[in-house]
Design a protein around this ligand. Sequence first.
Ligand SMILES: CC(C)(COP(=O)(O)OP(=O)(O)OC[C@H]1O[C@@H](n2cnc3c(N)ncnc32)[C@H](O)[C@@H]1OP(=O)(O)O)[C@@H](O)C(=O)NCCC(=O)NCCS
Length: 156
Amino acid sequence: MRKGTRDRSLKPLIRAAKKEDLDALLNLEEICFKEERFFRKQLKYLLLRARSIVLVAEDGGVIGSILILLRENIHNARIYSLNVHPAHRRQGIASLLMDKTIGLLKEKGVTKITLEVGVNNKPAQNLYATKGFVVDKKLFNYYKNGDDALHLFRKL
Ligand SMILES: CC(C)(COP(=O)(O)OP(=O)(O)OC[C@H]1O[C@@H](n2cnc3c(N)ncnc32)[C@H](O)[C@@H]1OP(=O)(O)O)[C@@H](O)C(=O)NCCC(=O)NCCS
């Protein structure tokens, strides 16, 4: 096996984030996103107070995370953020985070998941396609840098 690749049979632990994970989550945000990222206060709110679910992938440290917002209307949920540390990409970790999320949301009675993804973010678009998400509209000038996004959904 090449250095930096992992045996996909050795799965990281996927668990609910705790308040002690805040620094690690912040660090991951800083590494994975340049402009569109959360700051400490926002992340703390999302982790501790919002109607949200935050999961982390742990393998000797936090190497991936997913943040889901639950709607007032409990039947809809929105994937708000997903990232995997660059050193651990292409090893199935985002896929595990998505599978766990979909399972949890089904248990909660959620019937529709939505998300937004950059038009140029092919890795994420491919990932979401493998998880059954379909595009329903384009969101023009969605990001701070002026990039457009695609709005995707999946029925559960
Ligand atoms: C998008 C991201 C979360 C994928 O994480 P990952 O752990 O590397 O993804 P996985 O290994 O689980 O890949 C699952 C599938 O997604 C697709 N995919 C993932 N990375 C890809 C890439 N670089 N190029 C093409 N397809 C890719 C593939 O279909 C892949 O399946 P395969 O490996 O069997 O071909 C990761 O690249 C990332 O953190 N990017 C920066 C943050 C970001 O863009 N988040 C999404 C915001 S909407």
